[in-house]
Write a protein that binds this ligand. Structure first.
Ligand code: KIV
Length: 256
């Protein structure tokens, strides 16, 4: 059955929600056939697939290109596309246009936006325009050059800030919210305080669902974050397959 923002939302309190990133038709098919409820075309595209240092260099055009490839795989999972670096802070008409482009040209069913309380009014207006929004609070990779990659929610002041961020994004109408690298106990408290599903990454088991970068899960990245336990070693297996074939090609007497 095709996932929708409503079906994802309705899963809260019934069973854990399974989310994975994908960046092309191949990874979308793997995620979908593996049973993901939601596929995120994350801007982790930059560092995972495009060889960038971080997500800051990812553009709207890149996101549209990769989202369209994911959508062409016709997954049953809901497809959400990340709004790239800083676009959420543009004046509303430009923000609306960027989100529209991800949905109309990329085929996404909604957008994910990194940010908290300061974006609540924009999220409210996007939702009013018919754009489903997934929030993203905690560690926000797009802010790497201002905050670095730091765990969040480790002290009462930061917990208070995260609570305000989460409640503002939820009140603005987001259908779910990613909670990245937030203290495990506090993530559970956030989850219990919200009516929308929380999707954790590096935030422990207390969230309503989990998301991982598919390349980390499959063992395609050399340095996955410490909270990921890869379920396969595809990089190692692929290199071995190429080596076996290269050996056969170079075997004396094979040519002719
Ligand atoms: O860009 C991304 O892939 C993400 C998730 C892993 C949450 O934001």
């Amino acid at each position: 059955m095709k996932s929708t923002t409503r079906s994802i939302r309705a899963l809260k309190g019934t069973r854990p929600i399974v989310c994975l990133t994908a960046y092309d038709a191949v990874t979308a098919r793997i995620a979908d056939q593996g049973g993901a409820d939601l596929i995120l075309v994350g801007d982790s595209l930059g560092n995972t697939v495009l060889g960038m240092e971080d997500t800051v260099g990812v553009t709207l055009e890149m996101m549209v290109h990769h989202t369209a490839a994911v959508v062409r795989a016709k997954p049953s999972a809901l497809v959400i596309a990340d709004l790239p670096f800083a676009l959420a802070h543009e004046p509303f008409p430009k923000l609306l246009k960027s989100c529209r482009t991800l949905m109309q040209n990329g085929g996404a069913h909604g957008v994910k936006i990194e940010g908290g309380a300061t974006l609540a009014v924009s999220i409210l207006k996007l939702v009013d325009a018919g754009i489903p929004v997934m929030g993203h609070i905690g560690l926000m990779p797009q802010r790497v050059h201002s905050t670095g990659y730091k765990r969040r929610g480790l002290n009462p002041a930061d917990q208070q800030k995260l609570l305000i961020d989460a409640q503002s994004v939820a009140a603005a109408g987001a259908f779910s919210i990613v909670i990245e690298c937030v203290d495990e106990k506090f993530s559970q408290q956030l989850t219990e305080s919200l009516e929308i599903p929380t999707i954790g990454i590096g935030s422990g088991k207390g969230c309503d669902g989990q998301i991982l970068v598919i390349h980390d899960l499959l063992g395609l990245t050399s340095n996955p974050p410490p909270f990921v336990k890869p379920e396969a070693q595809l990089h190692r297996d692929a290199v071995a397959a190429v080596q076996r074939w290269a050996k056969k090609v170079r075997k004396p007497g094979l040519k002719k």
